[in-house]
Ligand binder design. Structure first.
Ligand SMILES: C[S@@+](CC[C@H](N)C(=O)[O-])C[C@H]1O[C@@H](n2cnc3c(N)ncnc32)[C@H](O)[C@@H]1O
Length: 279
């Protein structure tokens, strides 16, 4: 086993961790009181090493799996997935002998639908909170669609708008590499993004056939609509724009749920952070 390299995380990643930590605590408090629920799971699909280094302070800070393990009352099961073997090994060490922890060193796009979501079926009176936190656009729509259809799973997910802008939504869409188009199709679920995310400017004279990429806010709105209309999540609050140190939006943090109470709690949490500036 080689030594794990801890990720350095910026101010907005620390905010994301705070948001997810607060909701995970509220989720467990509510679900633990529902006598009809048999099990409720915490699923971290791009789990990381469990510990990061804060760019702000240089100190070690807990990652999302550690925050989840600290929630009281505990979740019935924890499922942590990371493709990086060293990070998965580190998670194994951190989890120690905490019961009901599963760690997978696999691609979450395969392991979630095949082995994890199946443990959170509505008909079995099970529920799950799932964090989908990739660094790039490497989350397949099939994962989102499966979670949406199950009606028993709530998700936080990062929409990596900076990756989409850098690699796909170019001013000249014809020069985008085919491999990037395929990534985008897998992420969006089909090729419909091509018509949705490029629009003709208003007031264009007849005969001009120009299209422009829509704004970041419009890209996020289109994905929010997809989470509701295509994946079938009933409640999808307006996402949180997460920024880098220059104030540019790197990703949108989405929450999607079949549950109105969950969405209300998350909207309130989002609103306490929404107007913070860059640090
Ligand atoms: C943003 S970090 C996770 C941070 C973590 N959620 C936290 O907040 O503490 C993303 C992680 O996803 C892992 N990863 C990338 N692609 C993956 C995949 N297809 N399946 C599972 N893990 C993946 C990377 O190794 C990396 O550790």
């Amino acid at each position: 086993m080689s030594e794990v390299r801890y990720d350095e995380i910026g101010y907005w990643s620390e905010i994301k961790l705070d948001i997810v930590r607060k909701y995970a605590q509220a989720y467990s408090s509510v679900l633990s009181k529902q006598s009809s629920i048999r099990k409720y799971l915490y699923i971290d699909a791009f789990a990381g090493a469990g510990v990061h280094i804060s760019k702000l302070t240089g100190d070690f800070v807990p990652g999302s799996p550690l925050h989840a393990l600290n929630v009281q009352p505990p979740f019935s099961e924890y499922h942590f997935i990371d493709l990086d073997g060293d990070k998965a090994d580190n998670l194994r060490q951190l989890a120690g002998d905490v019961p009901n922890v599963w760690i997978y060193n696999e691609d979450c796009n395969s392991v979630l639908p095949a082995k994890v979501f199946t443990r959170a079926r509505w008909d079995d009176f099970n529920r799950a909170l799932c964090l989908l936190d990739p660094y790039a656009m490497n989350l397949d729509w099939e994962v989102i669609q499966t979670a949406g259809l199950m009606k028993s799973i709530e998700i936080f997910m990062n929409f990596m708008v900076m990756d989409v802008n850098m690699n796909v939504l170019w001013n000249n869409p014809d020069s985008v590499q085919p491999s990037q188009l395929m990534r985008m199709d897998a992420f969006w679920g089909d090729h419909s993004w091509r018509n949705t995310l490029y629009q003709k400017p208003t007031g264009l004279l007849p005969g001009f056939d120009i299209e422009e990429k829509v704004s970041n806010a419009a890209v996020a709105k289109a994905y929010q609509d997809r989470l509701k209309r295509v994946a079938g999540f009933k409640y999808v609050p307006d996402p949180m724009p997460m920024r880098n140190s220059r104030g540019a939006i790197v990703y949108y943090l989405f929450f999607a749920s079949p549950n109105e109470t969950g969405a209300k709690i998350v909207s309130d949490i989002f609103n306490t952070y929404r107007d913070r500036g860059a640090v």
